[in-house]
Design a protein around this ligand. Sequence first.
Ligand SMILES: NC(=O)c1ccc[n+]([C@@H]2O[C@H](COP(=O)([O-])OP(=O)(O)OC[C@H]3O[C@@H](n4cnc5c(N)ncnc54)[C@H](O)[C@@H]3O)[C@@H](O)[C@H]2O)c1
Length: 354
Amino acid sequence: MCDNVRIGIIGTGGIGKVNARALDANPRGEIVALCDIIPQRMDGFEQELGREVRKYADFGELCQDSEIDAVFVGTPNQVHVPAALSAVRGGKHVMCTKPLSDSLEPAIGLVKEAEESGLVNMMSLSTRFSPESLYLKHQARDGFFGDFYYGRARSVRRSGIPDWNEGFIEAGGGAFRDMGVHVLDTAWWLMGMPKPVTATGVSGAKFGPFGTGYTKFRTPPEEYWLRYNSDDYAGGFVRFENGIGLQIESFWACHMPPEVQVELFGTDGGATLRPVRMFSTDNGAPKDVKVDIPSSWSGSWQNIAEHYIDCILDGVECMSPLRHGLIVQAMLEAVLRSSESERDVLLDELLTID
Ligand SMILES: NC(=O)c1ccc[n+]([C@@H]2O[C@H](COP(=O)([O-])OP(=O)(O)OC[C@H]3O[C@@H](n4cnc5c(N)ncnc54)[C@H](O)[C@@H]3O)[C@@H](O)[C@H]2O)c1
């Protein structure tokens, strides 16, 4: 086994650079190639890296580069599956930003191929890998919560529709796949990843198609917002095996205060994520439990980069495989389909994978 991972970044926009910086800062990681359809983005990041890297306009070519071991996919949602599939077919380990996909069926095919390949496949999930989530996961493993029976997950922006990439607002984008995915994933993971059974929900677009609700109350050019073809809010409920329930809400824009929150209800304890607060009882009296997140713990991006590299070089079991991204995507898509069909949606009918 070699002692360094040579990494190619597909999509050198906002999230591509954030992940690339963390991967490159890891003593066992090295960015050796970039791919973007906008050459200036690659040039700018190459300058930041301070050394020459190989640059590709076509991710298919990057994935055939024999001097690359692993890739990170940070393109708009619509390109995640084709780029990740190309990586797997080229024999590269693959890490993908959230959401796994713009729709469910292609994502199922990707997960099957990725798992059969034996390569490392991982989701880059900044909320799951945050110190706050990792701390609550430790508490859950130590039995603080008892049995989970209910959760709430919401992500609310007052005026936060992305105005920098049409992928966000076109079909396959939307608030629920962009933001709902973080809190849904984190709540589901902390609750022990129960099997989803049904989902119900409502969704729509009350701001984006009318040119309002964009990031920081800016108004993008009309030709941008006329392309709006996704949700800007969604709310729903997922019912899991054993009667566990999870309420999920996501708003890119609304007349409410901004908030990102996960709330966990267990038979012995409860908690919130932001900030982390923990509640229990002591001899029948309410007890607010002291929260003590070690200040030495690293941030999300460093944790993600280190874990990806540890999985590749040391064979560590991946704590966020693409399969998790797929199950979360299935819940998201089920809520959105429930809104369209005005009925509950059965997860077994959507998630056709062993
Ligand atoms: N916290 C997080 O994990 C987090 C935060 C922000 C965005 N994201 C995700 O990252 C993705 C990108 O978001 P962003 O804000 O970085 O957008 P962005 O527009 O800043 O970056 C996307 C980049 O991909 C490039 N691209 C598009 N099509 C391509 C193709 N076929 N081949 C190669 N490159 C291509 C674009 O030119 C652009 O540079 C989205 O899926 C989003 O959900 C995740």
